[in-house]
Design a binder for this molecule. Structure first.
Ligand code: ATP
Length: 226
């Protein structure tokens, strides 16, 4: 069985997140992708994050009608900061031994990966899937020492859209899979800013998530969490 692990703050989940999960599910032929909202995200310092119950409810609504995408409450029910290594170990206990895990990250997040807790161990336990994100270049991966030397031409080809996927073996026996996905120029920050400024959003959110936000007056100026 092949399981995708897609963690995030999801404050809120947006159409870029959904499109990435769908694209990776299909491109790699995964059995399912687990969307795992972080309880206490270690990387979002200095900003108050919306309570986890709202964030997971929005992820639940977002995956409705998307077979193959599932929500996991593993991180929000665990105490302390949400370190991915702990999540992977918990999943390994819950799935059969032969399960292959694929950790899915946007390129911006992967560029910071070496600062993650036990990043080496994560690379040994999971294949790493990195998807393109507007504003970031695969060619910047060549400055990550832990990846060893990467062919600059390969990376340029991905950035230029002449190639859509590259698989590279990692020293731990797993694979690094780089995927150029259709561009989704959206971030949760942009959505929060739009909503707190009273602006309307155009197709940046799954419709049920947008209705939930409006119903609960989340991110409006008076109740803004940021
Ligand atoms: P924020 O703006 O609050 O930092 P975000 O939009 O980056 O949030 P996260 O929940 O932090 O969303 O992201 C979870 C994962 O999804 C990360 O690996 C991130 O790189 C990836 N991701 C988010 N949005 C995109 C996007 N538009 N294209 C590609 N990857 C994305």
């Amino acid at each position: 069985m092949k399981i995708g692990i897609f963690g995030g703050t999801f404050d809120p989940i947006h159409s870029g997140h959904l499109a990435i999960a769908e694209e990776v599910l299909k491109t790699i032929g995964l059995d399912r992708v687990l969307l795992i909202p972080a309880g206490r995200p270690p990387h979002k310092k200095g900003r108050k994050v919306l309570p986890a119950q709202h964030r997971i409810e929005m992820v639940r609504l977002a995956v409705e009608g998307h077979p193959g995408l599932e929500v996991s409450d593993l991180e929000i029910t665990r105490r302390g900061k949400s370190y991915t290594i702990e999540t992977v170990k918990a999943l390994e206990r819950n799935y059969p031994k032969e399960t292959e895990f694929y950790l899915i990250l946007g390129l911006d997040a992967f560029l910071e990966f070496s600062s993650w807790r036990a990043s080496d161990e994560l690379m040994a336990r999971c294949h790493i899937v990195v998807v393109s994100r507007p504003g970031y270049r695969f060619s910047d991966l060549s400055r990550l020492d832990f990846l060893g030397r990467m062919d600059p031409e390969w990376l340029d080809e991905l950035d230029a859209g002449r190639r859509f996927r590259r698989d590279l073996p990692l020293s731990a026996g797993t694979r690094l899979i780089l995927i150029r996905v259709p561009a989704h120029d959206v971030s949760a920050t942009q959505i929060r800013d739009h909503l707190s400024g009273g602006k309307r959003l155009k197709n940046l959110l799954p419709p049920l998530v947008e209705s939930y936000i409006i119903k609960h007056k989340i991110y409006s100026r008076a109740t803004s969490s940021s």
